[in-house]
Design a protein. Structure first.
Lengths: 288, 391, 282
């Protein structure tokens, strides 16, 4: 009996071990190496060596502040756009979807199944200078005669918004779907106006979804470089573009590593500020 | 237990940079496969596969089935499969991709790569000892190498490199969208072109033609001439005249009309086969450069050299250059380094043989310059340029 | 409002009933627009897989052809890239789902110390930007002198798939009835037999879902792979390279094929569920 008991105590750890080991070795340890690399000095010709080179961090902030700011700005705008655009649809599916709910959800995740790069290239086609979108906007005088969308911040933000939209819509739907319909009926009786009922009851109850969706959209968006590369110009480059080129083209590993950590820190700060605004309860509620 | 020991030994040797086993590493220890840069012996045996990395739009091409006729011919003739990848878009990023493994003595999984002499990386590859020596006994056709290419400064006796093609840097424009763009000043300041042009991301290319437009000498760069040219481009960026910095990737943008004009390479435009696109040497002069084949350390020297010998056959080179309109094959349309290629090209497509961009006459050649190789390695210039094109 | 409508002429009545209809269905109309927006790029991708470009560029519609589908591997390099991606996705999804299912079981079924830490460990990779995941693995491999290629890609893909697998399986496990298992145990089945005969069949749909999700994520991954591929080329890397000179229509063919297969798989799943719920409610 004692043996069996011990065995039962061991089981969870045995179950956890392989997966957590994998994450430990290939996720946590690499972050350590990244930190180690970020404090090295030297250059590609003579090699790099560890020297507590905190200067890498200052240099990165000094030289690439615009790209850092831009990353947070684009990701922030894209997140808000995604929220505004997809909330009504998530609401519609959750409350009016009926037995078509799952089918409609399938439509929402459909873009995920077209290779990321290919759907971004499709936007390149759609937003092209000779495409119907630009022509229409020129007709409506939203764009000047020589105006364009490609290689502008508009195109980059459009691309990011589209590419991460399902990350926003799904958590929104999940949180809306869980709301008890009887509660809404009661609220409508209480507040008389549908709008008021929505603001007082539905919206607060869907907040966990808003928070989760916001984080799931904002974090990958801030680190993205594909949209800026394919749809933007150098003026729209984000910090991801710089990290990518420093790592893979210029082989300036310490600079690239320190930028990666600054990016993470910037995201953490942004998330913390956001957490203060919506309340930490919501945040930790969605975290696990 | 012995197994563990040998694994530990592998690690230790790796750490000590042991000469025998240069590349074990974690994966080998995990039982993964490890590709070691085989120290190439001069065996005269053809490999099964020739791994060839090249720039895009740089091979004769059958437009019907998207194959490369000269490579198929080579495969048939020698029984060697060619793995042809067009993964070189600019020298810097390609070098970035292969330098990691090369510096650690690992294979880069390629037998031939193509780098340009107006960028620093070609010379760097040779200087660092990352290029295999050519097996000239396998390249009798080297006798066809044109004289001007025989003694370049980075490889005076052509021990490591052979020219693939030469080309010129100038201006391309679309006649449906603009009047002819014939000068750099027009390209960089004409308000009608605002946001509709691109600049090349290679410093040697861009600065050469801008310096010529400034009346400066790009073959002897001074701080003053560098700053003048640099600022001219920077102004065009700040005024949003320049939309992007590109490698080969300006081509699709130009082809679909997103760009009206572009700083561009001579052969690309001919290859695009769009009758509205025109290319010219700028009024004040253009740049000339040569792309060179190299065998990166660990590549199969013999097989690579057999291929080099094959393309230095004037008959083969003639087809590669001119294509064959009758069979719907387009050529490379750059400047061949092989004597006698012109005669053969004429047989396939006379218009190509008479094209001054492909077989340039003396007066064209007198208008094109080679960028100062010292300036290419000037760290101050490189950093300034890098910041400009990536900001 | 209705009083106003009642006193106006029939014409106005129609107008106002249209207005009322619009107001009543504004959310529905908006949602339809939204789906159009969502599906527009996909329509473009599918359409251009049938394009017959005259030059090298697949940007402008020039005519319909089946050729791109018939010669889907007609572009040099695309075939090996597709097969490499399939191989990696298959292996990565199998391993990651196995590891992830085990973690999910431990988290839901057992009380143990370090549970919160485990949850955080699962959550962290999901909330780290891909570029940081890719870059940190790159520095690990660089510093250990590992040869980049198939194995580094596979290791990376398993790493970022595990968390997705855990989350997917856990969601299903939390919701289900443990009485069945207890009953089995009461009947004398040991833990392993119970797991095999009772638990596994019950969570099989979740495991399948996790497998599909991991497969889809792996085959689509560009960023992490780009950092750790060495000289190997997966399909997304092929697209990246091809995009510089204009991606050939075959890229759209493969993209469409992946899309159609994945979506029809999910569609079948959805239809079965719909039928089930209908059967249950009627």
């Amino acid at each position: 009996m004692g043996l069996l008991h011990r065995h039962r105590q061991l089981t969870p750890y045995l179950l956890l071990a392989p997966g957590l080991l994998w994450l430990g070795v290939f996720f946590v340890v690499p972050l350590g190496f990244l930190a180690y690399q970020s404090l090295q000095s030297g250059n590609f010709d003579i090699g790099y060596s560890f020297s507590w080179a905190w200067g890498n961090y200052w240099n990165a902030v000094r030289d690439y502040r615009p790209q850092f700011v831009r990353s947070l700005e684009y990701a922030g705008i894209a997140t808000v756009l995604a929220l505004v655009v997809s909330y009504p649809v998530a609401y519609w599916i959750a409350f009016r979807g009926g037995r078509w709910k799952n089918l409609l959800l399938l439509f929402i995740v459909a873009p995920f199944f077209v290779t990321y790069l290919i759907r971004t290239l499709a936007w390149e086609t759609i937003l092209s200078d000779n495409g119907f979108v630009v022509h229409t906007l020129q007709h409506l005088h939203v764009l000047g005669p020589g105006g364009r969308l490609l290689a502008t911040s508009t195109a980059v933000v459009t691309g990011i918004t589209y590419n991460f939209l399902p990350f926003m819509a799904l958590p929104l739907y999940v949180s809306l779907e869980q709301i008890d319909h009887r509660l809404l009926e009661a609220a409508q009786d209480l507040y008389a106006s549908k709008w008021k009922a929505f603001v007082r009851v539905t919206l607060p109850l869907s907040l966990p979804g808003v928070v989760a969706g916001t984080l799931l959209t904002f974090i990958p968006a801030a680190g993205d470089f594909i949209n800026a590369q394919l749809l933007g110009s150098p003026e729209n480059h984000m910090i991801g573009n710089v990290i990518q080129s420093k790592f893979l083209e210029l082989t300036d590993y310490p600079a690239a590593a320190s930028m990666s950590f600054i990016l993470m820190a910037a995201i953490l700060v942004a998330v913390a500020v956001y957490a203060r605004a919506v309340g930490t309860e919501q945040l930790t509620g969605t975290a696990v | 237990m012995t197994d563990v020991l040998t694994r530990r030994q592998l690690f230790e040797r790796a750490a000590a940079g042991g000469a025998v086993l240069t590349v074990p590493g974690l994966l080998a220890a995990c039982g993964g496969s490890s590709k070691k840069a085989a120290s190439s012996t001069s065996s005269h045996q053809l490999a099964k596969t020739l791994r060839f990395s090249n720039w895009t739009l740089y091979m004769d091409r059958n437009n019907k089935n998207h194959t490369y006729p000269s490579l198929i011919e080579f495969e048939k003739k020698y029984g060697v499969h060619v793995r042809y990848t067009t993964d070189i878009n600019d020298n810097a990023s390609f070098f970035g991709k292969i330098q990691g493994p090369l510096s650690r003595g690992q294979s880069v999984d390629r037998d031939i790569v193509v780098l340009t002499d107006n960028d620093r990386y070609l010379a760097l590859m040779i200087k660092k000892g990352w290029a295999e020596k050519l097996d000239k006994s396998a390249i009798p056709n080297i006798k066809n190498l044109i004289p001007v290419q025989q003694h370049p400064s980075f490889d005076p006796n052509r021990e490591y490199s052979l020219p693939w093609q030469s080309g010129m840097t100038g201006i391309a424009y679309n006649d449906k969208l603009t009047d002819p763009i014939l000068s750099i000043d027009d390209l960089l300041t004409n308000p009608k072109l605002k946001g509709k042009i691109t600049c090349l991301n290679s410093m040697g290319d861009a600065l050469t033609i801008v310096m010529l437009a400034n009346g400066d000498d790009p073959t002897k760069v001074t701080d003053k001439s560098f700053n003048a040219a640099f600022n001219k481009i920077k102004q065009a960026v700040d005024s949003k005249q320049i939309r992007q910095f590109t490698g080969n990737d300006y081509a699709p943008l130009l082809a679909k009309g997103d760009l009206v004009a572009a700083m561009s390479w001579s052969g690309d435009i001919a290859q695009l086969g769009n009758k509205h696109l025109h290319w010219n040497v700028p009024k004040d002069g253009g740049a000339i450069w040569t792309d060179n084949m190299l065998i990166p350390k660990g590549g199969n020297v013999y097989t690579a050299c057999v291929y080099m010998n094959y393309v230095y056959d004037p008959k083969v080179q003639g087809l590669m250059e001119a294509g064959d309109p009758k069979r719907n094959i387009t050529g490379i349309y750059y400047i061949p380094p092989v004597a006698g290629a012109g005669e053969w090209a004429k047989k396939y497509d006379p218009s190509v043989a008479n094209n001054p961009l492909i077989f340039p006459p003396k007066e064209t050649l007198s208008k094109v310059k080679i960028f100062d190789s010292n300036a290419l390695n000037n760290q101050k210039y490189l950093t300034a340029w890098q910041n400009l094109i990536s900001a | 409002m209705s009083a106003v409508a009642a006193t106006t002429q029939p014409r106005g009545e129609i107008l106002s009933s249209i207005l009322a209809f619009v107001r009543h269905h504004v959310l529905t109309l908006y949602s339809l627009l939204f789906f159009a927006y969502l599906l527009l790029p996909i329509a473009i991708v599918v359409a251009f897989s049938f394009n017959h470009p005259t030059g090298n560029f697949n940007y402008v519609w020039q005519g319909f052809t089946w050729d791109n589908w018939r010669y889907w591997d007609g572009v040099p390099g695309i075939r090996s890239a597709v097969f490499l991606s399939l191989e990696i996705a298959l292996l990565a999804s199998l391993v990651a789902t196995a590891l992830g299912t085990m973690i999910a079981l431990a988290l839901v079924r057992y009380g143990f110390r370090g549970r919160a830490a485990t949850n955080i460990m699962i959550f962290l990779p999901l909330s780290t930007p891909e570029i940081v995941l890719g870059a940190s693995l790159l520095t690990l491999f660089l510093n250990l002198n590992v040869v980049f290629g198939f194995w580094t890609i596979l290791i990376a893909h398993i790493m970022f798939c595990i968390s997705f697998a855990v989350v997917t399986v856990k969601a299903r496990l939390v919701g289900f009835d443990r009485h069945l298992e207890e009953a089995a145990m009461d009947l004398g089945a040991n833990e392993w037999v119970t797991f095999r005969k009772v638990t596994l069949p019950l969570i099989a749909p979740a495991i399948l879902a996790a497998l599909l999700l991991c497969f889809a994520i792996s085959i689509d991954d560009f960023v992490v792979t780009y950092f750790n591929a060495g000289s190997e080329t997966t399909f997304p890397l092929f697209v990246w390279g091809a995009a510089r000179v204009g991606a050939p229509p075959q890229v759209n063919v493969i993209g469409t094929a992946i899309f159609v297969i994945a979506v029809s798989g999910m569609l079948v799943n959805v239809l079965i569920q719909m039928r089930r719920t209908r059967a249950a409610t009627s």
